[in-house]
Design a binder for this molecule. Structure first.
Ligand code: ADP
Ligand code: MG
Length: 276
């Protein structure tokens, strides 16, 4: 990697949007791989029972594998479930297995049910620059655990009709968690995904999102790219599957922008390594 500035403390970034199919998982794994390729140490926590992030990172997550379920429900130390991601140095994953589907219910009766992930992360001793948490498409206890554990929320938005619909509910939940459980939580980043600049709809939605969220929207947006959608079936991120593709370059650039913002360095889009 080219060696971006590393954060002084671990940045815990929650990738959330209760809509399915907007690019949460794709964004989590590809940003994580990009940050690792830039030289950072990065942990992906898969908090979706579907386990798509684990699959995309080539991580074994069949039913018997120690997983984030064991951490949340059985209080197993996070270090005992973390696996290194093959092919990407500095990248790690805490996988999700199908067990996690029951956790939403099982957590209800446990003590400190909203802060179990936070505690597990606080007890994790390996040095990390970033933790990226891939949330399920709902606002239940799993997502609440992520919001309590994180400092930053990253919302991927797909540039289509109704892109902003339902976001109010997520933003209210962020406010509630900030008010009651986690004063440092804030929406730090909006990322436009599956962006097709040739269509009027996409550029109209992008403009609407920029008007609504302002500086939180990354200058870099992610284009619709077949290579991005193919990579998971090879257990790879697009960064290793096709490093020269527009999808890989745009995630790499988005990661650079996130890293620079984190240390307060102005991001100059004219210096982008790709046309934004
Ligand atoms: P979520 O986690 O929000 O449900 P995913 O990341 O799984 O969304 O993305 C939904 C689908 O869209 C997946 O099939 C994924 O491969 C595809 N996809 C995501 N981003 C892109 C992109 N930029 N270009 C093409 N396909 C994409
Ligand atoms: Mg997903």
């Amino acid at each position: 990697g080219e060696g971006l500035p590393r954060p002084e403390q671990t940045r815990v970034i929650v990738v959330a949007n209760q809509k399915g199919g907007v690019g949460k998982t794709t964004t989590t794994v590809n940003l994580a791989a990009s940050l690792a390729l830039h030289g950072a140490r990065v942990l992906v926590i898969d908090l979706d029972p579907q386990g798509n992030a684990s699959t995309a990172l080539g991580i074994d997550h069949h039913a018997e594998v120690p997983s984030i379920y064991d951490v949340l429900v059985e209080s197993k130390p996070l270090a005992e479930v973390v696996q290194p991601v093959p092919d990407v140095e500095g990248l790690f994953c805490a996988p999700a297995t199908i067990d996690l589907a029951g956790a939403e219910i099982e957590l209800v009766s446990l003590v400190a049910r909203e802060s179990r992930l936070q505690r597990a992360i606080q007890a994790y001793e390996q040095p990390l620059d970033y933790i990226l948490i891939d949330c399920p498409p709902s606002l239940g206890l799993l997502t609440v655990n992520a919001l309590v554990a994180g400092q930053e929320v990253l919302i991927p938005i797909q540039c289509e009709y109704y892109a902003l619909e339902g976001l109010g509910q997520l933003l209210r939940n962020v406010d509630l968690v900030r008010g009651h459980l986690n004063p440092t939580l804030h929406v730090s980043t909006i990322l436009l995904t599956m962006y097709d600049g040739r269509t009027r709809l996409a550029s109209q939605v992008a403009e609407e999102v920029r008007t609504h969220f302002g500086d939180e929207v990354l200058r870099t947006s992610i284009p619709r790219s077949v290579r991005i959608s193919e990579a998971p079936s090879y257990g790879q991120t697009v960064l290793t599957y096709d490093p020269g593709s527009s999808g890989a370059l745009s995630y790499f650039e988005a990661a650079r922008e996130i890293a620079l913002r984190g240390v307060g360095v102005h991001y100059d889009a004219s210096q982008a390594h790709i046309g934004a």
